[in-house]
Every structure is written in C-alpha cells, then in structure tokens.
Design a protein around this ligand. Structure first.
Ligand SMILES: Cc1ncc(COP(=O)(O)O)c(C=O)c1O
Length: 396
C-alpha cells in the first residue's frame, strides 16, 4: 500500500497514549486538559428545531456566527459575522490553517513551549519551527522582531491568555509590543484563545488581534470546549478578509460543515440568561481546584521545584530543580497511579535539559490533588536518588 509521504511526519500524541491509561478508575490524572464533568452546563436539546436535521452551510449557523462576531467586536477586534467560520472544535481551525499555509519546509513561529496538538498538526504538513521562548510575561517582542525579519515565517501561532502548557498570560505591554511588531512586518497572526473565560484573578486579556486593526492579517480561534461541552466539538476561527474565504473552501472539502445540533446548542448557551452566571460558577469551581493545587505544591514540592500560580486556565507548569529524565519519572508515577504530562512534549525542538511537568487541576478533586502531589513528590525524590539506592527504594 502506498500512503502519502506526509504520513511519515505524523507523530502519535503522547497525550492520547496517556489518556488511555488514565481511564483506569484508580488513576489520579494531572495529564489531560479535561473540563470537570460536574462543571459542565446541561445538554438540553428538547427545543431543537427539526429543520436542523438537514445539511447546513460550511460557514456555520448565522445566529452563532453573529453572536461570535459581536463578542469579538466587544473585545476590540472589529469583526463581521461573515468573517466567522464555525469549526469542529478549535482543533479543526489548526488543521485548516496548516492546510492553507504550510508546505514542506514552511516556517511557523511558535512559543516554546507550545500546544502539543498544534505542533503536531503543523508538523504533519511539513512545518519547520522558529521557537520563541516564553517568559512570565509572554514572548520577547524584540526576539519576535528579529525572528520575523530573519526567517519570514508564514504565520505566528500564539496562545496569549492562560497558555497551554505554561499558564502564562501575556501582560498589556507585551501584547501591545507584539502587535506593533506584527504591524511592522505584516506577518499573519494565529491567536488561539480557548481558555480566555477561565479567569480566576483580574488580568489583561485584550486579544492581540484587537490591536492590529487592518494593518496585518489575523486569525483568532475560540472554543466552547472549556466553558461548555467538549463532546459537541464546537469552536470557531474568525479571520481577516484576505484569509477567511480560503479557510471556508478548505473546510468544504474537509467535512462540509460542523454539526448543526452542537451549533444550535452553543448559540442557546451563549444567549441564555444564565450564561454569565454559569461562567461565574465555573470560575469559582476551578479557582478552588487551582488553589488546592497551589497548596499541595507548597506542601509537597517546596524544596523540589519552582512554578507560578496561574491566574486562569487549567494548568500549572512545574520546573524541577533537578533535570530528571521525564519519561522515567512518568513511568514510575504511572506505576503509582499518578499521571502528568512531561514538559518536553510541548517543545517543537525538545530542550536538552529535562525536568518539567504540566499538571492539570480541573479534573481531580482537591483531595485527589493533594494525594496525587504527595505521591508525585515521593516519585521525584526516588527518581533523583543515585541508581543503587533507587533500586532499593523500588523494592520497598
Ligand atoms: C491551546 C489549545 N488550542 C486548541 C485546543 C483544542 O480545543 P477544542 O478542539 O476542544 O476546541 C486546545 C485543547 O485543549 C488547546 O489547549
């Protein structure tokens, strides 16, 4: 059988492999980014209009596109409904953008670390990566300027608000400076915002694309997976006029259109009188879990690692003082029924120094968070023992 050459670039996702293991009932999983089932809104479909059983348009349901355009315009990104494309999760937006921009060897600028499944989607089409290291405030705008001048990437992929995996939220000065560089160079921005509503302390969340006006091409993606129901697979990508029609044509030959039932539900959800109330409850729920993980890290990891308490999103990014082999640590942790995501998985070019973990706090109870962190800290201590003493520790 002859498959496409592209298939050789298809790396299997460590997250997907791990998720299979983490389905075990006694596993405490800090690995995925799953919303808590108990925090999801109800799936009420009783009033679904029967007409929605028919095929729909590729762009998406008009009411939902209009609601998304209003939201973006309210955030400062002037946007018309006809610039919005509803997608099957924001993950599909990444695939469509990859198909539109990437040939083998095309450069894409990405944060380091970045969202694993975006790197996979871009790599599948042959992307080469220019990495932009993240600090606590975001990427360095001067480094972005130099990278764009030197390597001319097809687009810059950023997750400025509660970044996956690092939890970083770009500050106002960085957002403004990044927009300035994009306006100067005219390189397209792909801004990925699935976590923007999961905010636990006030912080700057103005989309960078809102600061571009019409001076540079822009794409912004959002999702109903983190605030709504991920199983419905509803997301969107809005884009400048030079990009949007191309994305629609590519989606046409991908899946014709996103499922209309989920789109109807998403619009009802957005328009419902309780939408803001739901967001408040969701934030309170996750804030308590974020605080439980902060407390657990202080209790069990104070002498082992450093981390920043995220102001939103679903993850802590933990850097161990010791450069431990992450796969070895993961295997030992899994044997003790605790899962985490090794940090190296989130780099386009994995760094030589290991010892980072992404820890999700939305999917475990505060009690599980404390217990899981205690076990993980024990595992870190044992893994850092010299080989001889470790063998003894493994036996007890
Ligand atoms: C940064 C980022 N982008 C996109 C996605 C895809 O989300 P979905 O396809 O469920 O909208 C995720 C999911 O975790 C994510 O973390």
């Amino acid at each position: 059988m002859q498959f496409s050459e592209r298939l050789d670039r298809l790396t299997s996702s460590l997250i997907r492999e791990l998720l299979a293991l983490t389905q075990q009932p006694d596993m405490i999983s800090f690995a995925g980014g799953l919303p808590a089932a108990g925090a999801m809104p109800p799936l009420a479909l009783a009033n679904l209009p029967p007409a929605l059983r028919q095929y729909g348009t590729t762009d998406g349901e008009p009411e939902l596109r209009a609601a998304i355009a209003r939201q973006l315009t309210g955030l400062g990104r002037a946007c018309r409904p006809d610039q919005v494309l509803v997608t099957s999760g924001s993950q599909q937006g990444l695939d469509l953008v990859a198909k539109l921009f990437i040939d083998p060897g095309t450069e894409v600028a990405v944060e380091a670390p970045s969202y694993l499944a975006a790197l996979q989607a871009f790599r599948f089409f042959g992307a080469e990566f220019a990495e932009l290291p993240l600090t606590a405030h975001g990427i360095d705008p001067q480094q972005l300027r130099e990278t764009l001048r030197r390597r001319r990437p097809a687009f810059v992929y950023l997750i400025p608000t509660f970044q996956n995996p690092s939890g970083v939220c770009y500050d106002a000065a960085t957002r403004t400076a990044v927009a300035e560089v994009l306006r100067e160079t005219g390189v397209a921005l792909l801004e990925d915002e699935p976590y923007r509503e999961l905010v636990y302390e006030p912080c700057e969340r103005t989309p960078i694309c809102a600061k571009l006006g019409d001076a540079a091409p822009w794409m912004v993606m959002g999702s109903f997976s983190k605030t709504g129901i991920p199983g419905l697979r509803i997301g969107y990508i809005a884009a400048s006029d030079d990009i949007h029609p191309q994305l629609v044509r590519i989606k046409q030959c991908t899946d014709l259109h996103t499922n209309r039932i989920g789109q109807w539900w998403a619009n009802e959800f957005l328009q419902s009188a309780d939408y803001l109330g739901h967001l408040d409850r969701l934030r309170a729920y996750y804030r308590a879990q974020r605080d439980a993980m902060q407390a657990g890290l202080e209790t069990h990891f104070a002498d082992l690692a450093r981390w920043n308490r995220p102001h939103g999103g679903l993850f802590f990014w933990v850097e161990l003082h010791e450069a431990l082999d992450e796969r070895a640590l993961l295997e030992r942790a899994l044997a003790r029924k605790v899962a985490f995501m090794p940090g190296s998985a989130f780099y386009a070019n994995p760094p030589a120094r290991q010892g980072r973990m992404r820890l999700n706090f939305s999917h475990s109870t505060p009690e599980q968070i404390d217990r899981g962190l205690r076990v993980l800290a024990e595992t870190v201590r044992e893994t850092s023992l010299p080989a001889g003493r470790r063998r003894i520790a493994d036996q007890v």
